[in-house]
Write a protein that binds this ligand. Structure first.
Ligand code: GLN
Length: 317
């Protein structure tokens, strides 16, 4: 990653970052009270609830980490960021936003009710119905090659070296496929209205594989830094604006408003317990701690990002 102007001119905010991450890791690692590890996907229930990692990658490409930052976990809904970026780059915003909306949803991430009430168009690409629609668009266009193309694209965003790309955890994929009644219902509903571009099983197979892509917080903070840096040569600025805008308004589902108040930065969570966060023109940040609150967001992750945003004045104030 080429250093951006702010880094070349010496951005004081990157100074002392390692100490800050270490301090926040110590204070937030065990702040999981009231949180529960997701168990509706059986494989996720096997994850150690005590894991915690926090990484930050500056727009200059330097990564700092604290905690269990080499531990891989499935991206779950964080993969929806890469899937949306891929769809916008491949099909253009007009086609994508004809199939999914751009407005927040006050219901849980797997809600069926809003889908029926919103003229059959998912409210946004980050709730499950919207992400299944995006997967369906990609699966229709690329068929069998779809998952390989998304993996290669996500690996580039994450700064993975050639030959060391991200991969799908097949155990998690199988576990999710076999317990996916709710996601199947969403897909069948969208097929019944003629909205789904390709078959239910092809759409879901790609969606579940994308959710099962494994990464660690270093990878995710690098994806954040790519976005913080305007997309580098991988994404147009229009794509970055759309992705960051939707992360700001819809990234933590029905807790996006609270997150905006506490942290004030675009972010995307997943039921894995990860949160990817972007401080534009400054850095990408990723945190991982599996216990979730009742809205499906990492309890300790939320606390750690609140602390980091304030300590580093990441929203400029
Ligand atoms: N794979 C999960 C699902 O479809 C993703 C949900 C999430 O991370 N919020 O239910």
């Amino acid at each position: 990653m080429q250093p951006s102007e702010s880094v070349r001119s010496g951005n004081a905010r990157t100074e002392g970052i390692q100490e800050k991450l270490d301090r926040i890791e110590k204070t937030c690692r065990l702040r999981t009270v009231g949180g529960k590890v997701a168990s509706y996907i059986p494989e996720l229930a096997n994850v150690d609830p005590k894991l915690f990692s926090l990484s930050a990658t500056t727009v200059g490409g330097e990564t700092f980490s604290s905690g269990d930052s080499s531990v891989l976990f499935s991206m779950q809904s964080i993969s929806k960021v890469a899937a949306l970026a891929f769809a916008l780059e491949t099909f253009g915003p007009e086609r994508v936003f004809r199939k999914v909306g751009t407005e927040p949803c006050s219901e849980p991430f797997n809600s069926i009710m809003k889908l029926e009430m919103s003229s059959n168009t998912p409210l946004n690409p980050f709730i499950n119905s919207g992400a299944i629609m995006i997967a369906s668009l990609i699966a229709e266009a690329l068929g069998e090659k779809a998952i390989g193309a998304v993996l290669a694209f996500t690996s580039l965003l994450a700064g993975r070296a050639p030959g060391n790309g991200l991969t799908v955890n097949e155990r998690i994929y199988e576990s999710e496929t076999s317990t996916a009644d709710r996601n199947r219902s969403l897909a069948y509903f969208m097929r019944s209205t003629g909205a789904l571009p390709c078959g239910v099983e092809e759409s879901l197979a790609l969606y579940f594989r994308m959710c099962s892509i494994e990464a660690n917080t270093k990878d995710l903070s690098f994806i954040g830094a790519t976005l913080a840096n305007g997309g580098m040569s991988l994404l147009s600025l229009e794509t970055v604006y759309a992705v960051l805008g939707l992360m700001s308004t819809c990234g933590l589902y029905s807790e996006s408003g609270q997150f905006a108040i506490q942290v004030g930065l675009p972010a995307k969570s997943g039921v894995c317990g990860g949160i990817l966060c972007v401080a534009p023109a400054q850095m990408g940040i990723a945190v991982f701690s599996p216990p979730l609150d009742e809205r499906g967001n990492s309890v300790a992750g939320f606390a750690a990002l609140t602390a980091l945003s304030r300590e580093m004045k990441l929203r400029g104030l």
